[in-house]
Design a protein. Structure first.
Length: 577
């Protein structure tokens, strides 16, 4: 395959490798041991989010070496570089979580700048933790280069007393410990065994949700997201991804040829049928924005509404990512969706073939435990639901996977908190009542700043046995590991003067995931009067630095909490410069 001839006159790398004027540039390349032949091949950026922050990222460095072997075998010159990651499991429950969502856009920006600065012709991106997956895919779509995404893989489940345990169990154990239902020693044992390997959190939380999206949207090779991170068999997918990107260069198949409106709809189907993270409703519009495609939270939720939920994964179900892989993975899930006429088969994939052609190759049957037949789903509608009403004119989102229909309607008085810390302290001290709707505001993208996830608070409620006895709404986000009636992404956020900013203790709130409603029993006149009296957004401590910049730029959650005008405003095509 190395003998393939590529026309460098049409590739960005010509600006640093070709002609007498680039002799100084080539001298740098010779300094790194790059041969003359390699200098004149296509250059492929191999971007990883490797770091030592958490197990989700720790194996990416090894997997990148396999990708580089594939690029070389395909006739390309790989150049590895890294970008940041903020790992939510470590950032959760304190000020560090403000950095999480902002890191998604920083990842996209830094990958873009590296690719542009060095004139790389294509991109293979490896990511392991929640925001790094959409961040890497957004960079691919923004640059519109031939691109292949590869997930670092999930963590193996821990074992305790003969059952699988994951980090979600540890978060919920904190609530049990506070409630006196778990001893110090029991908590100590659980925390030592819950995470036994490299890899991202194993339930259908944000990382695995977006890994499934990477396959469904076509940017990743079929089934590449499934094998757990410790499996060295993942290296085969890495090598194949490197070879695949060379094929895309040869055929001039770019990221936006793959990421179309139909591909985004396919991805939303997979989020819904697997009971995926509500963060899918934030990241899919952000990916669409990079391509200049109109695809907001309401569009995502329309698809969620009429997609059956048939994949039995935690936190709503019983199984973890390793089990999904062993049951056939995303290809089997998508084949079931195709049976119901819910997949656009003409979308391109990273293989250069269509999704339909790839699904024709799938011969695995559903196992009936992890993946149920689409004809007999767990529930007839998706595991994630959109809500709208006078409390959230720009929408909100809730994960209902694992909730009975009777649990999806809740009316109660508001118990209002102006930040997560206030709410978490009240929960710890049990300063709330059964039947209340806990409101956490000023945690939106701009108002937080950073749109923090509330897993510590929701896990504490679950640990206290109150997860089904109260509801919770916020203009912030929830972890994919959150359970219970927890509504996030309420928009407009409090900092932008949304109705959530005007709530008072005792206001009666109705949440109805069956009808898609989120409302407060206040007249328009009363809301207008309160808005007139509103003192403006809460002042944060972030008056400088990265989070200040983020707060100035970031838009609403409905459109993905994005920080720039997007593909529609593009005047400069990187690949054609």
């Amino acid at each position: 395959m190395k003998n393939r001839q590529f026309d460098k006159s049409k590739l960005p790398s010509r600006h640093v490798t070709e002609g007498p004027s680039r002799a100084p540039h080539r001298s740098y390349f010779y300094a790194m041991g790059i041969s003359e032949a390699e200098i004149h091949q296509p250059w492929v950026g191999v971007a990883t989010c490797w770091n030592e922050a958490a197990p989700c990222n720790i194996s990416l460095n090894r997997q990148a070496q396999a990708v580089k072997m594939g690029v070389k075998a395909g006739g390309g010159t790989p150049r590895e570089f890294t970008t940041i990651t903020v790992t939510d499991g470590v950032a959760m429950g304190h000020e560090g979580m403000r950095s999480s969502l902002a890191s998604r856009d920083a990842i996209t920006d830094t990958v873009e700048l590296t690719m542009r600065g060095h004139c790389y012709d294509a991109l293979v991106g490896l990511a392991g933790c929640d925001k790094s997956l959409p961040g890497m895919m957004m960079a691919m779509v923004r640059l519109n280069v031939p691109s292949v995404f590869i997930y670092g893989g999930s963590i193996l489940p821990g074992k305790l007393d003969g059952r699988d345990v994951v980090v979600q169990d540890v978060f919920e154990a904190v609530g049990k410990h506070q409630a006196g239902q778990m001893s110090d020693a029991e908590l100590d044992i659980l925390e030592r065994v819950a995470c036994p390997s490299a890899g991202a959190c194993g339930g259908q939380y944000t990382a695995n949700t977006m890994a499934c999206v990477s396959e469904a949207i076509g940017l990743a090779l079929p089934n590449s997201s499934g094998a757990p991170a410790p499996y060295e068999s993942r290296d085969q997918y890495g090598e194949a991804s490197g070879m695949a990107v060379m094929n895309l260069i040869e055929k001039n198949i770019r990221a936006r040829d793959i990421v179309t409106r139909k591909a985004l709809e396919n991805a939303a189907r997979v989020v819904a049928c697997t009971g995926g993270s509500t963060n899918g409703g934030l990241h899919l519009p952000a990916i669409a924005h990079e391509a200049g495609i109109d695809f907001d939270l309401f569009d995502v939720c329309d698809i969620f509404r009429d997609t059956p939920y048939f994949v039995n994964l935690r936190p709503g179900g019983d199984y973890v990512a390793k089990d999904l892989y062993e049951a056939g993975g995303v290809p089997v899930v998508m084949r079931e969706l195709r049976k119901a006429g819910l997949i656009h088969e003409d979308c391109l994939s990273a293989t250069g073939r269509t999704i339909g052609e790839e699904l024709d190759l799938v011969d695995r049957a559903v196992d009936g435990k992890v993946i149920h037949p689409v004809e007999t789903p767990i529930t007839p509608t998706g595991g994630v639901v959109g809500l709208k009403g006078n409390l959230a004119p720009e929408g909100a989102i809730v994960k209902v996977a694992g909730m009975a229909a009777t649990e999806q309607v809740f009316t109660g008085p508001a118990r209002v908190f102006d930040c997560e810390e206030e709410a978490f302290e009240a929960v710890q001290k049990r300063q709330y009542k059964e039947g209340e709707v806990i409101v956490i505001r000023n945690e939106g993208p701009a108002g937080g700043p950073g749109m923090r996830e509330m897993l510590s608070t929701t896990a504490a409620l679950s640990g206290q046995g109150m997860g089904k006895k109260v509801a919770l709404i916020t203009d912030g986000r929830f972890s994919g590991a959150t359970r219970g009636f927890c509504v996030g992404h309420v928009g407009p956020e409090a900092a932008h003067g949304g109705p959530i900013a005007l709530l008072r203790d005792g206001d009666m709130i109705t949440l109805d995931a069956v009808k898609g409603e989120i409302s407060v029993a206040l007249s328009d006149a009363e809301l207008d009067a309160r808005k007139a009296d509103w003192k403006g957004p809460r002042q944060t401590e972030y008056a400088t630095g990265a989070l200040w910049k983020y707060a100035q730029l970031v838009g609403g959650a409905r459109y993905g909490a994005v920080t720039h005008p997007g593909g529609k405003s593009e005047r400069h095509v990187y690949m054609d410069q």
